[in-house]
Design a protein around this ligand. Structure first.
Ligand code: PLP
Length: 384
């Protein structure tokens, strides 16, 4: 296969070398972490080492990390009326979430539709804090879910401000940090979050592993999703995915050690890409451009372009980009994120997401811009 340039890191990142090695080492250990013999203890050590590393990425205590099968499952575990704290044992009545959350949050967990309410964002894709404040006033014991950074636009949300409002109303704040981890700081304490979701495959770990992290050990789930053998302190039954968890830990350690440097490099390349994009097609719109964004994400559109056609045309040029969010069904859905930002349906249909990662090079950017020079104008006229 000829050389390709991968620009779909928000869909998934390649496995980091340290994670691959951790995965392979762990696969060679036969024990079950719940067994007390030497093999079991070896497996347990891998899980607990990984817990320490994932906790470090989130600035949390290791005992407050619950491993799950994905970011999706971590979100589903978090979103329940039956979260108890030392001072509040009664069920939460309301779930508030931003209108731009990932589908796994939008599904609402174990809250009914009637008890779930969307909060608007502004034209840059940032949560409307005044709307949050208003929503919280009459509500009782709310749970609020706001992502740290959006997967489509990369726009960073005002979490610390939201946390202050939520806590003043006696609520709890869940933060989906799946896209933010490894790219910007996600210290659970600094953010003011009560619960934080991470996913291994966005930071260079394997697919199919995630974590829900609690800010304090008095936060308890009275209705865990999966009951059984009591693993993960009773919050997530099932024999642990030891190899996946070990590799998640290795990826988290790499993100802690190298994330800031990688982010600076990505930002320089992303800025180069956006400058080139605008020079070639000045009519291109970059969504959320004036808001704080992840250093690796550009969501843009060219009036008249069809995103699916653009994705295919780029693919034929050896370049992987995506049209908005990756969609498991293969069907392209109109972006709820752009709709919430008030973008017209016509422009929404033209939106292409380009996301970079630690392995992105200047050569990749040049290849993207060469392809865009060739495709851009033709695509806006429906001729690519
Ligand atoms: N949350 C956000 C913001 C995401 O972008 C994703 C995946 O794209 C998820 C949650 C789900 O994570 P996972 O793929 O591990 O289920």
């Amino acid at each position: 296969m000829r050389e390709r340039a991968y620009f779909d890191w928000n869909a998934t990142a390649p496995l980091r070398e340290a994670a691959r090695q951790a995965l392979q080492r762990a696969l060679a250990i036969p024990g079950n972490p719940s067994s007390i013999h030497a093999e079991g203890r070896s497996a347990r050590r891998l899980v607990e080492d990984a817990r320490e590393r994932v906790a470090e990425l989130a600035g949390a205590h290791r005992a407050d990390v619950v491993f799950t099968s994905s970011g999706t499952e971590a979100n589903a575990l978090a979103l329940t009326p039956f979260i108890e704290t030392a001072s509040e044992k009664r069920p939460r009545d309301w779930l508030f979430m931003s209108a731009i959350e990932h589908s796994s949050v939008r599904a609402g967990g174990r809250f009914s539709r009637e008890a779930t309410e969307d909060l608007p964002v502004d034209a840059d894709g940032r949560l409307d804090l005044a709307a949050l404040m208003q929503a919280l006033t009459p509500a009782s014991r709310p749970l609020v879910s706001i992502m740290l950074a959006n997967n489509e636009s990369g726009v960073i949300q005002p979490i610390a401000e939201a946390a202050a409002l939520v806590h003043a109303a006696g609520g709890l704040l869940h933060v989906d940090a799946v896209q933010a981890a490894g790219r910007i700081a996600c210290d659970i304490g600094a953010l003011g979050a009560d619960l934080l979701t991470l996913s291994a495959h966005k930071i260079g770990g394997p697919k199919g592993v995630g974590a829900l992290i609690r800010a304090r050990n008095d936060i308890h789930f009275a209705d865990p999703l999966i009951r059984g053998g009591g693993q993960e302190r009773g919050l997530r039954a099932g024999t642990e995915n030891v190899a996946g968890i070990a590799a998640f830990g290795a990826a988290a350690a790499a993100a802690v050690a190298e994330g800031a440097g990688e982010a600076a490099a990505m930002l320089a390349l992303r800025n180069q890409l956006e400058a080139g994009l605008k020079a070639i097609t000045p009519q291109a719109v970059i969504f959320g451009e004036s808001a704080a964004r992840l250093p690796n994400t550009t969501l843009f559109a060219l009036p008249g372009m069809k995103a699916e056609t653009a994705v295919i045309a780029f693919d034929l040029e050896g370049i992987a980009v995506s049209s908005g969010a990756a969609c498991s069904s293969g069907k392209v859905q109109p972006s709820h994120v752009l709709a919430a930002m008030g973008v017209s349906p016509a422009l929404t249909q033209a939106a292409v997401r380009v996301s970079l990662g630690w392995a992105t090079t200047e050569r990749d950017i040049e290849r993207f811009l060469d392809a865009w020079r060739k495709l851009g104008t033709a695509l806006s006229k429906g001729r690519a």
